[in-house]
Design a protein around this ligand. Structure first.
Ligand code: NAI
Ligand code: MG
Length: 367
């Protein structure tokens, strides 16, 4: 029987709430199929910062390295600045472990309403591949003359040939496995004349190696309009760190809610544990109310199962999510329902334990 060591970091706000829901579903699906998750929880985040002056201990990466995967909630606190929380935890893990591929599927769940007209929204079946280690979030920059009239602040975007090539190659490889075999390169090389031009050049070079993958290129501003007006013209999308960050919230909104958007931060080499987390943040406006949608966390758990090689568990979790969405009886407020986090978790567990669950009914994810 397979056993997987999982480091669970709930973090802040609704992070721990949705993470616990996800862990319950992961435990249930593992039991149903016959393997085991050995979960260790780490109380890192803003409360840890208040007690220790840092978001996680110095040797956190060393500790995490001993796990097969990291399952993460969210960070973000009303008191501690966002750059401190995000850089102190999530970005340290992503950069430290070379989790350079941030994969974010956006697929219409049955029964969920999109703000788009149905004939447009039912075509949405995208995977956003976001560069996750450099670009605009490389952390290069500085401030000087603090507090004076001539104060300046600089954030430099860093694009390396190695960094750009590996994320684009990952996206080409992924596109190749899908039925559309279509990869769209998001760029801004008209205005950003160095990093984005390198980005485009490498894309054109790689495209020669993948003649079976259809490619096109779109400026990031035009990409927003295209996602809304012509969603079926997109399949796999590769974007820089900042562009991918912004476009994936738009993608989440178009498929119904940020509360269902899942992601994996992958080290494709397999040398380090990959990290799975919802796209959303700590949602301070609903923390403690028991109404956070757990689907993003559960879907991220399904991605973790798939990454660990437990493909059947992954399909079963997603099929259960789809079943509950389609039934439209137990959903949280963001999806128009009146259910609590706990109600939805329970409904998904009930569905995934059903022997007659339709595993083929919702197989568009990642296909
Ligand atoms: P957010 O994603 O936390 O919330 C945006 C809106 O979506 C809110 O109205 C919230 O209630 C709603 N929402 C989010 N997740 C939901 C869920 N599961 N169910 C129902 N509704 C949900 O983004 P926001 O407000 O911009 O940021 C809040 C904090 O989170 C900030 O401190 C930010 O830095 C942090 N953040 C952290 C991220 C991470 O840990 N990966 C990602 C994004 C933001
Ligand atoms: Mg974001």
């Amino acid at each position: 029987m397979g056993k997987y060591k999982i480091a669970a970091i709930g973090g802040d706000g609704i992070g721990p709430e949705v993470m616990e829901s996800g862990l319950k579903c992961l435990d249930a699906v593992a039991k149903y199929i016959g393997f085991e998750f050995l979960v260790e929880r780490f109380p890192w985040g803003s409360d840890y910062y208040r007690a220790h002056g840092q978001m996680m201990p110095e040797n956190a990466l060393e500790i995490l390295h001993g796990f097969d995967s990291i399952y993460f909630g969210a960070v973000g606190d009303n008191e501690i600045p966002d750059d401190v929380t995000l850089w102190g935890l999530r970005l340290v893990i992503c950069q430290g472990f070379g989790l350079y591929a941030n994969v974010r599927p956006a697929v219409m769940l049955p029964g969920v309403r999109s703000p788009l007209r149905e004939e447009l929204s039912n075509k949405i079946n995208w995977v956003m591949v976001r560069e996750n280690s450099e670009g605009e979030y490389a952390g290069v920059g500085g401030r000087s003359h603090r507090g004076f009239a001539e104060e300046i602040a600089i954030d430099a975007s860093l694009f390396s040939r190695v960094g750009v090539e590996r994320i684009q190659r990952f996206a080409f490889d992924l596109a190749r496995t899908r039925s559309e075999k279509h990869l769209t390169c998001v760029t801004k090389s008209n205005a950003q004349r160095f990093g984005m031009v390198l980005w485009d050049e490498i894309f054109a070079q790689l495209a020669q190696e993948y003649p079976d993958v259809k490619t096109d290129k779109v400026l990031v501003d035009a990409a927003t309009a295209r996602m809304v007006l012509n969603p079926s013209s997109l399949d796999v999308i590769v974007a820089s760190n900042l562009h991918g960050d912004i476009l994936s919230d738009l993608a989440a909104a178009l498929v119904g809610s940020l509360g269902i958007a899942a992601s994996g931060n992958l080290d494709p080499s397999g040398n380090n544990p990959s990290m799975f987390e919802p796209v959303h943040g700590s949602a301070p406006d609903i923390v403690g109310a028991g109404i956070a949608n757990p689907i993003a966390a559960i879907w991220s758990g399904a991605m973790m199962c798939s990454h660990l090689g437990e493909k059947v568990a992954s399909s079963r979790l997603l099929a259960a999510v789809a079943e509950v969405a389609k039934a439209n009886e137990v959903l949280t407020r963001d999806l128009g329902g009146a259910g609590t986090t706990e109600d939805v978790t329970k409904a998904i567990i009930d569905a995934l334990e059903r022997d007659d669950l339709d595993l083929e009914g919702f197989n568009r994810i990642g296909s």
